[in-house]
Design a protein around this ligand. Structure first.
Ligand SMILES: CC(C)(COP(=O)(O)OP(=O)(O)OC[C@H]1O[C@@H](n2cnc3c(N)ncnc32)[C@H](O)[C@@H]1OP(=O)(O)O)[C@@H](O)C(=O)NCCC(=O)NCCS
Length: 156
């Protein structure tokens, strides 16, 4: 088999503190207002769902973190390395998260997204999420301002 035509399959690894250097290298490229190392450490300490994506034994391509609720899951962070975007990695990670959430009895998946983040909004809308609300001034923005968050939800 030609490894280029048939790339190694995608795999998820559990995120650990040791993985945070690789993760943060992606996070700071992907966002104008990235999470800090402390944000990720807090998420790990809280026991949230936290996974990273690779192909075969390759380097980190992306990751997601999600918080469990009562019969619901809340997506906190979904990121694909800028050089790897547009190849279906985010859709694949969403598929895995939905499977996990359903397996734990969740009926709804929630997330927030910046109204200005057209790429992510299009992905979530196509995936089946519906806009269900707005959180005013939820995100930091340029010049010390704040940006609202759209709240989106997907029935599982
Ligand atoms: C938003 C984000 C996670 C999307 O990741 P991605 O891996 O590029 O997304 P996907 O490839 O799964 O889907 C995106 C597009 O690729 C298309 N696609 C899906 N599978 C594909 C495939 N096998 N081959 C080519 N394109 C594909 C999708 O239809 C979609 O099309 P569009 O560009 O016309 O919308 C990524 O852009 C990112 O990390 N952005 C910065 C961080 C961020 O904003 N995260 C979300 C915060 S709420």
């Amino acid at each position: 088999m030609n490894a280029l035509l048939h790339p190694a399959g995608r795999r998820l690894e559990p995120l650990r503190v040791e993985d945070l250097d690789a993760l943060l290298a992606i996070e700071v490229q992907a966002y104008e207002f990235p999470w800090t190392r402390g944000n990720f450490i807090d998420s790990l300490a809280a026991g949230h769902v936290a996974c990273w994506l690779r192909e075969g034994n390759g380097p980190m391509i992306g990751y997601f973190l999600a918080m469990r609720g009562v019969e619901e899951m809340h997506l906190l962070n979904l990121t694909v390395s800028p050089s790897q975007q547009g190849r279906g990695h985010a859709v694949w990670m969403l598929d895995r998260l939905c499977e996990m959430a359903r397996g734990e009895g969740a009926a709804q998946l929630w997330l927030e997204v910046r109204p200005s983040n057209q790429r992510a909004r299009r992905l979530y809308e196509r995936y089946g999420f519906a806009e269900v609300g707005l959180r005013r001034g939820y995100y930091p923005a340029a010049r010390g301002l704040r940006e609202d968050a759209l709240v989106m939800s997907l029935p599982l």
